[in-house]
Design a protein around this ligand. Sequence first.
Ligand SMILES: [Zn+2]
Length: 291
Amino acid sequence: MRNRVSWLLIVACGVARQPAPSSQPQANPDWTEPFPAFKIAGNLYYVGSKGLANYLITTPQGHILINSDLEANVPLIRASVEKLGFKFTDIKILLISHAHWDHDAASDTIKKLTGARYMVMDADVPVVESGGKEDFQYGNSAAMLYPATKVDRVLHDGDEVTLGGTVLVAHLTPGHTKGCTTWTLRVGEAGRSYNVVIVGSPNVNAGYRLVANTAYPGIAADYERTFQVLKALPCDIFLGAHGSYFGLEAKYARLQEAGTGALVDPEGYKKFVSEREQAFRTELAKQKTAP
Ligand SMILES: [Zn+2]
């Protein structure tokens, strides 16, 4: 199992603070390293590993889970949900940040275990339902394929996902994948209300062609759109598909001392989006010069 897991631990989503130097696969042992489950605010909880983020939104009518991760993460997610006092089998809706295997490989397994309805942004649906084979970049990479998973509801930009009084909004933030999705919701804690943004991914992976990409002709324009969308979203609590986007470990440590306030980080969000936009523009200029 360990060997199989190691084989699968290859960078799909880029790392915010560390532009990948080459297109060679990189190991990410922190993807399957357990991380403490904790309450973020209101009915929103962190149930991910150190390297792969999962969010549980609890409601009186059952729960919503964002991201399924690798098969090896399923027992970790389940243990986190149960440690918080909730039932894994009460998950009614499964969502993803985007259709890369580190966020969606175990979706079929989680659907079978919970009976959850799987809701995916329109442009990511062919990728999910082909088990990754329709991905514009990784479709021929055997290690990045996974069980094809039936989507129960196709989402479109701006669609709402509602359950038990909670509303999540699906924002199309494409480029990283064609249907990459940034989720927003409002949560209340101690008499205050917070805007939460869960960033899908603004990263340009190693090997991505931004110019003359026949498999994804509109990729550069899609990234442009993504940065416009991200810059316009009101954000108090900044989260994302990987803990590295928003400084999970440092924020978790501060949360123990300062409570929810430690997670309020509108400036960190703006800085992240701005830094990622600059990285995109630098790469685009480079590729335009020497495509
Ligand atoms: Zn990714």
